[in-house]
Design a protein around this ligand. Structure first.
Ligand code: URA
Length: 267
């Protein structure tokens, strides 16, 4: 190979390595900001890694990578009284209402922070506000929201007994799926809400909430109806009510899932 061809091959290889490193670094940043404070390794690599190396990979994340969460990390280890929870959430809501960390702030009518009992045992997490939620500043007030209310009532609770929030607090244009940057910027708000409320169980509604909180690409069909833990809180995912409006045949599955939540709360 002539020297100039060799040089250009070398440049191409360097560019490829740099681009792979950038992808890897973006992934690690995203996971850290979503609260994952250890390296998640591919199962094959993980099986091969020695225990000693694994302990090193589980060292706490240095402060500097948690910049996004800095303002939210006070009080997280202490269980707050109901009035302290109300106060902490209201302070957080004031901050979130001013949030301009992603471009969704430009087109919002309202920030949709969350609603319900600040001391709830059960917290529902959806995807993002839609048209009506953006108009009214409250989550799940459209058709899907009416179905969610029925789901909640089917286990003997009222909407005001639970807390309802979304991964994103602002409406994505045309209800498109949230993008990675929006999730990274917005999820610290939800993480802090969960830390303050400390529900006994989180019920994720739909693919997006389930995959984001469990940090997986597994389908909702596989994830639903099973108990997981999210940061030491019991976690169960089910289909999103908007999906049920399009696929009413799957309502029975949600009924099965929500009964598990009810039984867990009654234990
Ligand atoms: N869908 C969601 O995921 N959240 C809402 O608030 C409304 C519809």
């Amino acid at each position: 190979m002539n020297p100039s061809r060799q040089q250009s091959k070398l440049q191409e290889a360097k560019a490829e390595v740099l681009s792979l490193l950038k992808i890897l670094s973006d992934k690690v940043d995203l996971e850290r900001k979503l609260g994952v404070n250890y390296l998640q390794l591919d199962p094959i690599i993980k099986n091969n890694i020695s225990q000693e190396e694994e302990m090193i990979s589980q060292q706490p994340v240095p402060e500097s990578v948690c910049d996004n969460l800095d303002t939210y990390n006070e009080d997280t280890k202490v269980e707050l009284s109901k009035s302290e929870k109300i106060e902490a959430l209201s302070k957080l809501e004031e901050q979130v209402k001013k949030c301009t960390k992603c471009e969704l702030c430009n087109n919002r009518t309202n920030v949709v922070f969350g609603t319900g009992d600040q001391d709830a045992d059960l917290m529902f997490v959806g995807e993002a506000p839609g048209y009506y939620e953006d108009e009214q500043g409250e989550p799940f007030v459209g058709k899907a929201g009416q179905l969610l209310t029925k789901i909640i009532e089917s286990i003997g609770l009222k909407r005001s007994d639970v807390y309802i929030a979304n991964i994103l607090k602002c409406r994505p244009p045309d209800n498109r799926n949230p993008n990675a940057n929006e999730i990274v910027m917005c999820s610290p708000h939800l993480i802090r809400q969960i830390e303050i409320i400390r529900p006994k169980i989180i019920c994720a509604l739909g693919t997006f909430a389930a995959q984001t909180l469990l940090d997986t690409k597994e389908t909702i069909g596989k994830l639903r109806g099973k108990f997981f833990e999210y940061q030491s809180t019991k976690f169960l995912a089910t289909y999103h009510p908007a999906y049920l409006l399009r696929n009413p045949g799957d309502k029975k599955k949600v009924w099965t899932d929500i009964k598990k939540v009810r039984d867990f709360l009654q234990e």
